[in-house]
Ligand binder design. Sequence first.
Ligand code: KG4
Ligand code: ZN
Length: 337
Amino acid sequence: MIILGIESSCDDTSAAIVADGLVLSNVMASQKVHEKYGGVVPELASRAHQQNIIPVVDDALKSAGVVPADLDAIAFTRGPGLMGSLLVGTSFAKGLALSVDIPLIEVNHLQAHILAHFILKEKDPENIPEFPFLCLLVSGGHTQLVVMDDYLDMKIIGRTIDDAGGEAFDKCAKVMGLPYPGGPVVDKLAAEGNPDAFTFSKPRLSGFDYSFSGLKTSFLYFVRDQLKKDKDFLISARADLAASLQKTIVSILMDKLIKASENTGINEIGISGGVAANSGLRNALLMEAKGRNWNVYLPEFSYSTDNAAMIAITGYYKFLKKEFVSHRVTPDARMNI
Ligand code: KG4
Ligand code: ZN
């Protein structure tokens, strides 16, 4: 069974081919146009998607050695995301599905981030999580703890009440004068710094919910105060600041994940979303796994930030359940799991 996946929810246009759960191609066009604005500009994003979508899909088909007539279905991101961006992917998916007369499958972007763990590996197809599976999804827009009882059966048990984990990285990076998106830059700088150089307070929130806006504010005030004393603070203390910030964010993320695992008794544990690429978080998870008898699952880097392979794999599991949608479907910018 051959599925074409299309992802266009934010600032990356991506298309992928998945055949029986294996990825044949996963092509990505990242949009550089937003860098100078320090964040994604929605109107520019949708225009860039429109320019990128045909060459990206064409490339995905060609590198997989597939022609449109070989496809069994097209899966596309229906939401959540930016309306204009979603419209480009949705409209393109509808048009192509109509022209080759194959079913259309709508995909929730967040569900897809988690199902990225179920992409089969050629050498080791058995190595996917077992159910129930507890997954921490952290991206630029979302932070959620999700319990998965089956491929398409997910329950959110915790979420952020304000900023997302990736947003905390990005906003604090901006305070440090680093380029957007700041997460990967902080990660790189942190490797050269002392994580115990500075201490930032962590939120005290009951249950499994997260909060990052307090950290963002205290980080901003701390940096401002230091700059008053030493105008070169951001140069001399850059790496230490990045390492201490990363340590705090990772510790906030891990605390609730550990609590959720203890409460639910689930020890099949994964992380998903752009922040799953963070080396501090990956190391913390591996460390914790040793002491806690966890089986941990870290997505490959290319499947953890936004990508169409995760959309196509979700399409694959939905195809097995014949979960198709009509051509009347419209994007849903605020779609929930
Ligand atoms: O999943 P994603 O690609 O897009 C969204 O759906 O949001 O996640 C993007 C987020 C950004 O906030 C980016 O800074 C963060 O993931 N990110 C990282 C790293 N790589 C990407 N944050 C920390 N460390 C990284 N290595
Ligand atoms: Zn995402």
